[in-house]
Design a protein around this ligand. Sequence first.
Ligand code: ADP
Ligand code: MG
Length: 307
Amino acid sequence: MNQKRLQKIFPGPGTVNTIALYGNYAPETAEQVKKRVLELHARFSFFEAESDIFRINEQAGIKPVTVHPDTLFVLFHALAYGAETRGAFDITTGAANRLWRDAIRCAKMPSDSALAEGCGRNGLSDLVLDETESTAFLRRKGMQIDLGGIAKGYAADQALQILKKNKVRHALLNFGETVIALGREQKIGIQHPYQKNGQSIAEVSVKNKAVVTSGTYERGFFSQGRRYHHILNPRTGCPADSGLLSVTLVGQSAMELDALATGLCVLGRNAGLPLLEKRGIEAVFIDNEGEIRITPGLQGKFLLRRN
Ligand code: ADP
Ligand code: MG
């Protein structure tokens, strides 16, 4: 057993994953976490030809694909969050995501024909899951699943399971705005929407909780005075316009928070609040005017940073 602090970093999709362990821990624990998380990234990747998601997308409109239980689990839950957010969280927006990803990369609006082709292809009812056969099927050709809004959360929950199994008592997992604090109370920074990565606007103190942020400020570009970003309104296939810059959720399951934080960026604060109350989730909302609002459960646990 080791008494020191151990920190391991490794690349995740579009981010850096950090595992910090404190106190007594078995040194191989961090390596086990890393292995599991990389395995999940490979399984859920939109781009890698061997991944479950790639194969489902490739066979859209053709035939069901056998997938790993991890994938089936996440897909089932993603459908449930989709229903709960009345379609605001929709993993079948892959085609539109791809279109806007390219648009953001070039900082240029997609053409009308590309928009017509990429948008409107989604539909949660066209994703068919079969638990007994362990298969997933997209009914329409050209439809695509993208787990970018939920995969990190599931990976963080799985990482926590490994820490618990290895009897780690005090740790911090940070998978890029998807954070789990285990053990002692820890202060988690909330990214400043207008400052460089790593600069916090505020912090929340949590203990044995997950903290997940989704932000429309993250990846995007301006065109004719409007900002276009990477969280899409599935109804239009275009970047969400709910008046929120970011949503930070505090609760138990990182997967649940990840999906709902993305969904709430689309739904907006008023429509989202009842959903959070029902599930006992606390939140920090930053709106387009830079106004910050917190839910009552965060009173005394939230601190604004002076920048
Ligand atoms: P990140 O923290 O990586 O920015 P988020 O959890 O905020 O991820 O989710 C954004 C990602 O989710 C997008 O990059 C895209 O892959 C996918 N996505 C975009 N819009 C939606 C949506 N309405 N529902 C589900 N997934 C979405
Ligand atoms: Mg998310």
